[in-house]
Design a protein around this ligand. Sequence first.
Ligand SMILES: Nc1ncnc2c1ncn2[C@@H]1O[C@H](COP(=O)(O)OP(=O)(O)O)[C@@H](O)[C@H]1O
Ligand SMILES: [Mg+2]
Length: 203
Amino acid sequence: MLLKRGAEAELRRVEWHGRPAVEKVRVPKAYRHETLDEQLRKVRLRTEARLMSEARSLGLRVPILYDIDLTGNRLVMEFLEGASAKDLLQQGRGGPAPLAREIGELAGTLHANGIVHGDLTTSNMIVHDHRLYLIDFSMGEKTDSVEAKGVDLRLLKEAWMSAHFVLEGLFESEVLAGYREKNPGATDVIAKLAEIEARGRYT
Ligand SMILES: Nc1ncnc2c1ncn2[C@@H]1O[C@H](COP(=O)(O)OP(=O)(O)O)[C@@H](O)[C@H]1O
Ligand SMILES: [Mg+2]
């Protein structure tokens, strides 16, 4: 069953040795140079697999990786039954404040350990078994750059303010509070976020 056909990847609900699984296949981009495209897809796939395992080793919840197939540009991972954090927050279910806090803690733990996610939005978070999971690391990178972390937070904030404007106040009071709790370098990153926002306003 097709779950999603995106610009970069197709996702299907499959079985992996009897377990509910998701297959994520990176699809070629017609407008990109063929060998370059092939290389880029492999880099993204490797990045995704590596960052998933690093995040897991930090104690964060991510899907279990069942298989990585570089020839077929394919990952097979655990299927997480549940709703996205985006849907839960929009429906006002699941206690928005604790969920917002947990999202901030998740981002803080990632950044404190040198992982930038690259697409940090509530669509890429799934609440499975009452726990928050992070997915879709394909745009991520390992870096200590405050700028890169600021850009990551900026995306989270933008996505939050557009999808969860009713919960606008929770971004500061819960998301950023959770972030500060987990990331000792939070002050610099949050200052960078403000700087990036100001840049956006005046240019
Ligand atoms: N492990 C998973 N379990 C359940 N659903 C998933 C899983 N991985 C992805 N999905 C679903 O497929 C969608 C797209 O997957 P994602 O990895 O975010 O790819 P894309 O890069 O296209 O955004 C997700 O938003 C989610 O709905
Ligand atoms: Mg996604």
